[in-house]
Design a protein around this ligand. Structure first.
Ligand code: PBG
Ligand code: ZN
Length: 362
């Protein structure tokens, strides 16, 4: 009886799998020439059974060594000031910075990226390459006290140093690309002289990596690396940073230099140009809404890929956490795992210290 029904079905071609008990059905799927059993021989829940088994087979593991902590130092203050739109993040006073660096090293963090907030701004941002400027002095004192235990990366840009808040030199109301290159190179060089390990130009001027590489090499700083802020998208998520670093443009916006967030090809072209100009590391910024670009960048180059999880990403999480609407620790670990899963080798994150604390606890 059973067989006759099956035959009927087979003849109508309606169902191929009724010819045996479903538990002994040996249908295979084929991927890359390997054949895999299907359900019910295969059950993916087996490797999710206990916490230990899940940990054993976890594909992405975060380490405090994956992270870089952004640090703001402000000239002329003598206590640390909390940034209103970034609760838990401070502008450090020069006389309190070593204490903070010591804490960071204790947590097992290997890198910081330094941002300076100078006392004086002017039209051409010339304090950015002042040998006694806030960033230069901070580098010297960190290196003197901690040597090579910490990788010092410096942000190379003019927006904190120009009276108008733009990232380059003005020509009328336009930002002059080639004039800006000269001053960006001087700034990067002054960071190298002070002892920076890696400089990270973020102004989005064409040719900035090439011109900085040349400036460094001319002075024999061939071991100072460059992170290209290669694909820095014109994002609405930088607002808390501009508030933190007093770098809101006085007029207009940054759209003539930061690239449109709508464009994938252009982002990959920015990456390729920076690679050709001599970048040691390329960057995608912001991170979380841009995982596709991180993934595609990973496929485009063999260089290390850095993702910058920006101020607005921090503030969004922080605000919801402070309201009690999400669990900050869990969300931070999830989001950063996803950034690494997309292909980032290192992640610049304002949550770096919290992540290290969580990892050290587990
Ligand atoms: C300066 C700079 C910015 C950021 C890093 N370097 C701000 C901007 O371009 O306006 C953004 C960092 C953040 O939002 O966390 N060029
Ligand atoms: Zn800038």
């Amino acid at each position: 009886m059973k067989n006759r029904n099956v035959d009927k079905l087979r003849n109508t071609g309606k169902n191929k799998s009724l010819d045996s008990d479903f538990r002994y059905n040996t249908t295979y799927i084929s991927t890359n020439n390997f054949s895999y059993e299907l359900f019910p021989k295969m059950r993916l829940r087996r490797l999710r059974k206990t916490a230990a088994i899940r940990e054993l087979f976890q594909e992405i593991r975060l380490s405090s060594r994956d992270f870089v902590m952004p640090i703001f130092v402000q000239e002329g203050i003598n206590k640390n000031l909390e940034i209103e739109s970034m609760p838990g993040i401070f502008r450090y006073s020069p006389n309190k910075i070593l204490e903070e660096i010591d804490h960071i090293l204790t947590l097992g963090i290997k890198g910081i990226i330094l941002f300076g907030i100078p006392l004086k701004k002017d039209l051409n941002g010339k304090n950015s390459f002042n040998d006694k400027g806030i960033v230069q002095e901070t580098i010297k004192s960190i290196k003197k006290n901690f040597g090579d235990k910490l990788v010092i990366i410096t942000d190379v840009c003019l927006c904190q140093y120009t009276s108008h808040g733009h990232c380059g030199i003005l020509q009328g109301k336009e930002i002059d690309n080639d004039k800006s290159l000269n001053i960006l190179s001087k700034t990067a060089l002054s960071h190298a002289v002070a002892g920076a390990d890696i400089v990270a130009p973020s102004a989005m001027m064409d040719g900035q990596v090439k011109s900085i590489r040349n400036a460094l090499d001319r002075r024999n700083f061939y071991n100072v690396g460059i992170i290209g802020y290669s694909a820095k998208l014109s994002s609405n998520l930088y607002t808390p940073f501009r508030d933190a670093s007093h770098s809101m443009p006085e007029f207009g916006d940054r759209k003539s230099y930061q690239m449109p967030f709508h464009n994938t090809n252009e982002a990959l072209n920015e990456i390729m140009m920076d690679v050709k100009e001599g970048a040691d590391i390329v960057m995608i910024k912001p991170a979380l809404p841009y995982l596709d670009l991180i993934y595609k960048t990973r496929q485009t180059t063999l260089l290390p890929v850095c993702a910058y999880s920006v101020s607005g990403e921090y503030s969004i999480i922080k605000a919801a956490a402070l309201e009690g609407w999400i669990n900050e620790d869990e969300v931070v670990m999830e989001f950063t795992t996803c950034i690494k899963r997309a292909g980032a080798d290192i992640i610049i994150s304002y949550h770096t210290k919290k992540i290290a604390e969580i990892l050290n606890r587990s």
